[in-house]
Design a protein around this ligand. Sequence first.
Ligand code: SF4
Length: 261
Amino acid sequence: MSVDDQALRLADEIAREYAEREAPVSEHSHLEELERSTARANSQDFLHTMITKEFAGRIAVVSSFGAEAAVLLHKVAKVDPAIPVIFLDTGMHFPQTLQYKDEIIRFLGLTDVRSIQPEPDHLAGEDPDNTLWQWDTDRCCHVRKVVPLDLALKGFDAWINGRKQMHGGARARLPRIEKSGTVVKLNPLAHWTRDDVEAAFRVNGLPRHPMVEQDYHSIGCWPCTSPTEGSDLRSGRWADSDKTECGIHPLGSRVAAGGTR
Ligand code: SF4
């Protein structure tokens, strides 16, 4: 089977999986009700409800173990340190990120962190010499992040991530609950400010990513991450292009924006 055929097969499998998991028509109204019932909950209580009740056993966290990741992971670990945590190991991370991941796992006692790598044949066909990022970052992100995440999320109905409105761009109106395809995406820190994040690190004594002190405020793959100054925390990602997102966060349907810190 050629590499193109393998890529098509992967896409077909994912599409089939989504079709099989097609949500009932009533799900949107259920999510709206879920929003109403959790609208006044703070982030910790919101996570507790989602992890132990609403999506119990069917929910995962996706983390890049970047500059702000410890705040969300700390809250999640307080509910259930055994929750699956998906880390997209693109093969392009800074060594400091991989070390930080291990430090956070130890510090928080996480017991199910899954390092997900691109499918080897797919990667070998699309990016045999690891230079795809130099001329097609969208394709590179698709191979190294989007397809692996879709496969890793099989069997889950919801996933938690750490995006925040303060990141700007398409995230500026980020709701706390959104629908993306047939899965529910939960953004418990959507309305957090930079001060909230800093306070959470300080109060809880959370370890910092070692590159933060070198002005890296949003940290992804090394070819596409630069240090930044000023208030735009994500301006160091794909800094010389219009690209602002890797593709694992297509615009979902907005369900709810409630919640307190
Ligand atoms: S962030 Fe850069 S190196 Fe990483 S997958 Fe995307 S394009 Fe490739």
